[in-house]
Design a protein around this ligand. Structure first.
Ligand SMILES: *Cc1c(COP(=O)(O)O)cnc(C)c1O
Length: 425
C-alpha cells in the first residue's frame, strides 16, 4: 500500500458484516470463560485484552496504522506526546544511565529531560544538532543508552541530520529516538534514515483539528538489543514481574520494545489514551496525507510573502531557498517540511505584540500544527516575564512571531497578514 492508502486502510480490516470504521471499544475490561484463559494473558503467554490500562483494541488498531505509516513493526498510543517521549527513553534507561539529546527540541521535552528525568537519576547531555562529529563522538559514555532528536525542532525549525546521528548512535551500540511530530510520516519517515524508535505528539498534525491530546511510539524493529545485551538488561534479561520473560527473546526484534513498554510502563504508570480519543485521532490520520501538502504549500506562500514585506525583518522557514536548512530539508523532506514559520516584525517586542492583536483570521493560541491558522508571540505571552536580554539568552528573539499556517484558503491568510502589518506604525 502507498502512504495515502495506509492513512485510510492500515491497522484495521473489517470482516464480513463488521463496522467499516475502527470500532470504539469503550470498555475497561474484557470477559473470559475461564480463569486459566485469562491467566495466559497475564503471563503474556497468549495475545488478548484484559484491562484497558494496558491495551485496548481501538488503541491498538490506531497504533498499528501509525506504525504502518512510519514503516515500523509495532506501535503504541499514549495519553500525550509527553508520555510518549518519556516512555521511549525510560523503557531503556534508568537511574545511573545517560542519554544524548539534540538541544533543538520541544521545550516540554527539554524540561522533561533536564529537570524531571534528571531527578530520576538519568543524566542528559544536550548538543547543538549541528555540532562537529568530534563533539558528538566525545559525548558518548559507557553508560549512554540512547540518542534523541527532533526531525524539525519546535519552535526553532532546525532540521535534524537523522542519518548522521543514527550512524553515531549505532557506532556506540545505542538506538536513535526521533520525535517526528512536525514532519509527520507524510513528509519524513525517520526509520528510512536509520532511526530506531519514532515518537509523536499526535496532538498536532496527526489529530490535526485541535480535538484530542495524544502520543504515539513506533519501533522500527531494527535495533538488535541482544547484540548489546549488557546495555539493555530490561530487554535482554528475565523480567521477574512477568514470570521471567525475556522480552528480546520472546518477542524478537519486531516486538520487544513495545511489548516491554506496554507490559511494564503502561501497567505501572498508566498513561493510556482513551479509546474515544484514539477514534478521533484515526479520523485525523485518514486525511493526514491530504492535509500535509496543503499546510506546506500554504506555509510556503506565506513565508515567501513575509520575506518580501518591508515590515518583516527576518523569516525562518526551511522551504525558503536562503534558509540554513533548505538543502537538508530537501534531502529528508522532498515534498515539504511543515506549516510552521517564525519571523520578526520591525519595531521589536511592542510591534510584534500589536501585530498579533491586529490579526483576525489567525487566532492567538499556544497550539501549533493543526488545521486552524494560529499565532503566538512568546515575548508577550508564554515568556512575558522575561526581559529582552533574558529572551535572547533563551534563544527567543523579542520580535519573534510563531505562525502556524492552517489549511484555510491561503488568500485569506495573506490578506489577514497584509492588513495586520499595514496597521502597524
Ligand atoms: C507538543 C509537542 C510535544 C508534546 O506533546 P503533548 O501532546 O503536548 O504532550 C512533543 N514534541 C513536540 C515536537 C511537540 O510539538
Amino acid at each position: 500500500m502507498n502512504l495515502e492508502t495506509k492513512c485510510i486502510q492500515a491497522g484495521y480490516t473489517p470482516g464480513n458484516g463488521e463496522s467499516r470504521m475502527i470500532p470504539i471499544i469503550q470498555s475497561t475490561t474484557f470477559k473470559y470463560d475461564t480463569g486459566t484463559a485469562m491467566a495466559k494473558l497475564f503471563d503474556l503467554e497468549a495475545p488478548g485484552y484484559f484491562y484497558t490500562r494496558l491495551q485496548n483494541p481501538t488503541n491498538d488498531m490506531v497504533a498499528a496504522k501509525i506504525a504502518a505509516l512510519e514503516g515500523g513493526t509495532a506501535g503504541m498510543l499514549t495519553s500525550s506526546g509527553q508520555a510518549a517521549t518519556f516512555f521511549s527513553i525510560f523503557n531503556i534507561a534508568g537511574q545511573g544511565d545517560h542519554v544524548i539529546s539534540s538541544s533543538a527540541i520541544y521545550g516540554g521535552s527539554y524540561n522533561l529531560f533536564h529537570v524531571t528525568m534528571r531527578r530520576m537519576g538519568i543524566d542528559f547531555t544536550f548538543l547543538d544538532p549541528d555540532c562537529s562529529d568530534e563533539e558528538l563522538e566525545a559525548a558518548f559514555r559507557p553508560n549512554t543508552k540512547a540518542v534523541f532528536g527532533e526531525t524539525i525542532a519546535n519552535p526553532a525549525l532546525i532540521v535534524f541530520d537523522i542519518e548522521r546521528w543514527a550512524k553515531a548512535a549505532h557506532a556506540h551500540g545505542v538506538p536513535l529516538i526521533v520525535d517526528n511530530t512536525f514532519a509527520t510520516p507524510v513528509n519524513c519517515r525517520p526509520i528510512e534514515w536509520g532511526a530506531d524508535i519514532v515518537t509523536h505528539s499526535t496532538t498536532k498534525y496527526m489529530d490535526g483539528h485541535d480535538a484530542t491530546v495524544g502520543g504515539a511510539i513506533v519501533d522500527s524493529g531494527k535495533f538488535d538489543w541482544m547484540a548489546h545485551a549488557d546495555k539493555f538488561p530490561g530487554l535482554t534479561t528475565p523480567d521477574e514481574s512477568y514470570h521471567g520473560i525475556t522480552y528480546a527473546e520472546k518477542f524478537g526484534l519486531e516486538g520487544a520494545f513495545i511489548t516491554k513498554a506496554t507490559a511494564q510502563l503502561m501497567r505501572d504508570l498508566g498513561s493510556i489514551q482513551s479509546p474515544m480519543n484514539a477514534y478521533f485521532l484515526n479520523l485525523g490520520l485518514e486525511s493526514l496525507a491530504v492535509r500535509m501538502p496543503r499546510h506546506c504549500s500554504n506555509a510556503q506562500k506565506v513565508a515567501e510573502y513575509l520575506e518580501k514585506h518591508e515590515k518583516v525583518t527576518w523569516v525562518n522557514y526551511p522551504g525558503l531557498p536562503g534558509n540554513r536548512y533548505y538543502e537538508r530539508a530537501k534531502k529528508y523532506m522532498p515534498n515539504g517540511s511543515c506549516g510552521v514559520i517564525s519571523f520578526g516584525v520591525r519595531g521589536g517586542r511592542d510591534a510584534a505584540e500589536a501585530f498579533m492583536g491586529n490579526l483576525k483570521v489567525a487566532m492567538i493560541a499556544t497550539h501549533v500544527a493543526d488545521a486552524h491558522t494560529c499565532v503566538l508571540h512568546p515575548a508577550s505571552t508564554t515568556h512575558r516575564q522575561m526581559s529582552d536580554e533574558e529572551l535572547l539568552a533563551a534563544g527567543v528573539a523579542p520580535d519573534l512571531v510563531r505562525f502556524s499556517v492552517g489549511i484555510e484558503n491561503v488568500d485569506d491568510i495573506l490578506a489577514d497578514l497584509e492588513q495586520a502589518l499595514a496597521a502597524l506604525a
